[in-house]
Design a protein around this ligand. Structure first.
Ligand code: ADP
Ligand code: MG
Ligand code: ZN
Length: 616
């Protein structure tokens, strides 16, 4: 996460600089136009060719010639008459007169220093572009310097070294993930005493792949390995290889391996490795040459390790399915350590770890927190506790209380509260929409109890109804999935029932419902198409279409799939409407309570609709 930020800020700065520069350039341009108008407008008299001036001088008609830059003003003898002319820039009026066989000494020639506008004009014309260019290069240099490299050091790796004496992360700073730690202990031991392994002729590990969803501690854990073994840690994100020109990535890889070998034993950490190690030979998206060259270079370097190099690669990814098979062959990233979202016990451990050093009120219960945060990653939990502390501090509390934690947990998952202007109609619509979700969910036995309903806007949503899982389920049943679809459609169903009209507010609900239905049909064999898996890589799934992968499903099959999805959604919709019709009075009461209080918790909700009947 921090990597991304570091890379972004200099370019932002450069952008600001460029913007300033553009402002100055505009001011300069305006001044330029002003001066041109000024010098043009101040001249009177008829415009004559320069040859006419020469003739007039020869005829002794001229009294004075005033030269301002290229402007020539002629004052005639015995009259107030003047004329203007232009001379070739760079040529002197003396020369022009002489060339025309006129006698310069017969007239008064004044080369005006007052021709301030002309001088400025030409000066500006010369200086401005140079200034712009210098400024531009200055900015580029500064940006390059901020990014920790010279502009000419394209090929050098940007890997950052966390030296031995930097503040060290240890395994104790990573909670839960005991299995992963155990597997990595071997790596630590090898880095600590490589000789032991060499003596006995053991094939030493080369590459370890950490696989897991975002925020599960992959980066943290690999830093902890370096910390435990007390070795230098070279870290780079896969996307950083892909930034500039073709061939740069490969050069960076070479340089990074050279540095790591020089400092061995050491660790090279490549984050987001799927962005380089993506399968070759597919697709239409650009940057493939660069990616391939970089990947090849990594493979070459890994194969070139000698047993004495003592460099271990750790790669992190949340999309192992995208990795090139060459990367995970024996002798390369052949060890895989999987990190999952933390279960109840692990969440408790992570929460406890991050609670350290923060004051809490007595009624804050770790166990309850851990139960309430099913589906949270380690990073979510760390965030939640930090947000809670910020909330408490903002209100100058002495300790963090349950309300802070509840608000923080909601904020982490749904974004901050958004105060916005709502018409009374909007609020009423939101209230019925959320009441619809809540009531439908409440009367379906397998849906988790309502935890909180709110019509306070947050992030992208106008309101929310939360049914956080009360237990860690490893399997979903068809009947429960159907109930979830009905619940998701409850908001829309309530709008139809009360307003005889529908709003755009349900679009996310429809997306969720459709995604579940699609997975039921295509992945879990839970439809009338039977127990087959027809998931194709090219299909539009919950995560959208991947243009890099071909579609392998026939059109007739696609039609059948669509029909099955339609059937599931329609039935769920009918079920939701039925529940709401039967419980309309309760729904009205919930909506009214929401309009009054904006947010209801489990107790307040169940006071209106009764206790939830759990399924057996
Ligand atoms: P990933 O690299 O898997 O996306 P990170 O290692 O960057 O996740 O985790 C982000 C933050 O979340 C860590 O800095 C840490 O504060 C917290 N965190 C994640 N997992 C754990 C864990 N198992 N124990 C303690 N803290 C964790
Ligand atoms: Mg990470
Ligand atoms: Zn909704």
């Amino acid at each position: 996460m921090a990597n991304g930020k570091n890379r972004k800020s200099p370019s932002k700065k450069a952008f600001r600089g460029l913007r300033d520069l553009a402002v100055y350039a505009l001011i300069g341009l305006a001044a330029l136009i002003f001066f041109v108008n000024l010098s043009g407008g101040s001249k009177k008299g008829t415009e004559v060719p320069i040859s006419q001036v020469v003739t007039d001088v020869k005829d002794k008609k001229v009294d004075t010639i005033t030269v301002e830059g290229d402007q020539v003003t002629v004052k005639y003898k015995n009259s107030d008459q003047t004329a203007t002319s232009r001379k070739e820039s760079g040529e002197s009026i003396y020369q022009i007169l002489k060339d025309g066989n006129a006698d310069p000494s017969s007239v008064n020639i004044q080369v005006a220093d007052t021709s301030f506008s002309q001088t400025w004009l030409s000066l500006l014309g010369t200086v401005l572009p140079i200034a712009l260019m210098v400024g531009f290069f200055f900015l580029i240099f500064r940006q390059a310097k901020d990014a920790g490299q010279s502009i000419f050091a394209f090929g050098q790796s940007r890997a950052r070294v966390f030296s031995k004496d930097a503040p060290q992360v240890k395994f104790a700073d990573v909670a839960g993930v005991d299995e992963a730690k155990k597997e990595l202990e071997e790596v630590v031991d090898f880095l600590k005493s490589p000789q032991k392994y060499k003596d006995i002729g053991a094939r030493t590990p080369k590459g370890v792949l950490l696989v897991g969803p975002p925020g599960t501690g992959k980066t943290l854990l690999s830093r902890a390995v370096a910390g435990e073994a007390n070795v230098p840690f070279f870290s780079i994100a896969g996307s950083e290889f892909m930034e500039m020109l073709v061939g740069v990535g490969a050069a960076r890889v070479r340089d990074m391996f050279a540095q790591a070998k020089k400092n061995s034993p050491s660790i090279i950490f490549i984050d987001e490795i799927e962005s380089i190690g993506r399968m070759r030979g597919f697709g239409i998206s650009g940057g493939h040459d660069e990616r391939e060259q970089t990947l090849n270079q990594i493979l070459v370097e890994m194969d070139g390790f000698t047993p004495n190099d003592h460099v271990i690669l750790i790669g992190a990814t949340n999309r192992p399915d995208l990795l090139d098979p060459a990367l995970v062959r024996p002798g390369r990233f052949d060890r895989r350590v999987v990190l999952n979202l933390p279960d109840l016990e692990e969440r408790r451990a992570i929460i406890q770890l991050h609670m350290k050093g923060k004051p809490f009120t007595k009624d804050v219960d770790v166990e309850r927190l851990a139960r309430r945060t099913v589906g949270f990653s380690g990073a979510d939990l760390a965030n939640m506790l930090n947000e809670a502390a910020i909330l408490a501090a903002r209100e100058s509390k002495k300790a963090i209380d349950n309300a802070d934690l509840e608000e923080a947990a909601t904020k982490v998952k749904l974004g901050p509260q958004r105060k916005r202007m709502q018409t009374e109609d909007d609020r009423k619509l939101s209230a019925y929409h959320e009441a619809g979700h809540a009531v439908v969910g409440h009367f379906l036995p397998q849906v988790d109890p309502v935890h909180r309903i709110s019509i306070v806007a947050r992030g992208m949503t106008g309101g929310h109804t939360m049914f956080p899982p009360t237990e860690d389920r490893s399997n979903e049943r068809k009947s429960r999935l159907l109930e979830q679809i009905s619940t998701a459609l409850g908001g829309r169903a309530a709008e139809e029932l009360i307003f005889r009209d529908v709003s755009t507010g349900a679009s996310n609900d429809l997306e969720v419902a459709t995604a579940i239905a699609r997975e039921m049909v295509t992945q879990y064999g839970m439809s009338d198409l039977g127990p087959i898996n027809i998931k194709s890589k090219g299909m539009i799934g919950a995560f959208g279409n991947d243009p890099d992968e071909p579609n392998t499903i026939s059109e007739s099959m696609q039609t059948k799939i669509d029909a099955e999805i339609r059937k599931i959604i329609d039935n769920a919709h009918i079920q939701a409407q039925k529940i709401l019709k039967e419980n309309k009075i309760k729904m009205d009461k919930v909506a009214k309570a929401l309009l009054e209080k904006e947010t209801l918790d489990t107790d307040e909700f169940e006071k209106i609709v009764g206790k939830k009947k759990k399924s057996a």
